[in-house]
Write a protein that binds this ligand. Structure first.
Ligand code: KG4
Ligand code: ZN
Length: 359
């Protein structure tokens, strides 16, 4: 049995988790800062890093206590080194280095995006966490030696990427966003509709009961004549501008705007683009399985479209593993430890870190 303690502080969640053998969640503690940032309408970086300093020790202690695991039982420690906010990443990385050095534990410097991807490998005490959509999970396929190649759609606050995964840690980028990420579009549109932070869940709530066909918002880079190099790329900034223009045309007063219809039509446009491109990529690369992950994967409309509109079985983690957590970092670290071994202690935070593409 291999137990990894993982730490994640890349944005506004202080998180620690203990993961067994890359799959099983022994504990998963997340201290959210949402209420602290709400008055500012977004994450206030200095407040985020200061709160991480307050929370990191109790969160790590709680993760160990909940798992019923002592320091001596750990095989390694994992921590997110990027991408994310520099000041936030520093708190987790320095805490992890101090623990690794003082306890003599191997350390793994992890990529947050790779963590999101591996959220599809997690289960909880034998119950498959990625069961939200279709079984078997990647963990089970993995055990049967048939997991790869997989198509992965990562949709978070900072990234929208289509990735072909040919093996553990082996990625090829098929496409990415040319401007705003999907989550960023949700957050910006929420603001211009007068909805509260965080924007994604607020737009989803506002869209309930709205007509997704009320406004015909643009689906960028999906037309037939698209240049081949943009076939799997995304662009959401034009969509955001289209919503802004529509809001102005309607007079701009949030009290009289058809918020539900605007939110539902915007959400439908994002989901439509994500699902169409994912379906096209699955066909183009002949994959037999798709994994969807990242904060936007918590969106109910996307979850439903993933079950109904993709050509091959897709897994999507349960709601609590879509947004930032440390369990996913522990799962990714398990495979990284097996393939590359531990990191040297002198690594630094990397706010703009990308996935390592080798194909
Ligand atoms: O993965 P995540 O927690 O943090 C990053 O790594 O960025 O993703 C956060 C993003 C935010 O933009 C948030 O608005 C979006 O995920 N999000 C959602 C939903 N829940 C979170 N977007 C749409 N619908 C949701 N239910
Ligand atoms: Zn994230």
């Amino acid at each position: 049995m291999s137990l990894i303690l993982a730490i994640e502080t890349s944005c506004d969640e202080t998180a620690a988790a203990v993961i067994e053998d890359g799959h099983r969640i022994r504990s998963n503690v997340v201290a959210s800062q949402i209420e602290l940032h709400r008055p500012y309408g977004g994450v206030f970086p200095e407040i985020a890093s200061r709160q991480h300093v307050f929370d990191i020790v109790p969160v790590v202690e709680a993760a160990l206590a909940e798992a019923g695991v002592s320091w001596e039982q750990l095989a390694a420690l994992a921590v997110t080194r990027g991408p994310g906010l520099a000041g936030s990443l520093l708190v987790g990385v320095n805490a992890a280095k101090a623990i690794a050095w003082s306890r003599g534990l191997p350390i793994l410097a992890m990529n947050h995006l790779e963590g999101h991807l591996y959220s599809n490998w997690l289960d909880e005490g034998g119950k498959i966490a990625a069961a939200a959509i279709t079984r078997p999970s990647p963990a089970e396929l993995d055990a049967a030696g048939q997991a790869f190649p997989l198509l992965v759609l990562i949709v978070s606050g900072g990234h929208s990427e289509l990735v072909l995964m040919r093996g553990h840690g082996r990625y090829a980028r098929l496409g990415a966003t040319l401007d705003d990420a999907a989550g960023e579009a949700f957050d910006k549109v929420a603001r211009l509709l007068g909805l509260s932070y965080p924007g994604g869940p607020a737009v989803q709530r506002a869209a309930e009961g709205g007509n997704p066909a009320a406004f015909d918002f643009p689906r960028a880079l999906t037309h037939y004549a698209i240049q081949p190099e943009h076939r799997f790329n995304f662009s959401f900034s034009g969509l955001k501008t289209a919503v802004l223009r529509q809001v102005r045309e309607l007079g701009g007063d949030p009290a009289v705007l058809p918020i539900a219809d605007l939110a539902a039509s915007f959400q439908a446009a994002v989901v439509d683009v994500l699902v169409r491109k994912t379906a096209d990529a699955a066909q183009a690369y002949g994959v037999s399985r798709i994994c969807v992950c990242g904060g936007v994967a918590a969106n109910q409309a996307l979850r439903q479209a993933v079950t109904e509109r993709l050509p091959v079985p897709a897994s999507i983690p349960p709601f609590f593993l879509c947004t930032d957590n440390a369990a996913m970092i522990g799962a990714a670290a398990h495979y990284r430890l097996l393939s590359d071994g531990p990191s040297a202690l002198d690594f630094d935070v990397e706010p703009n870190l990308a996935l390592q593409f080798d194909l």
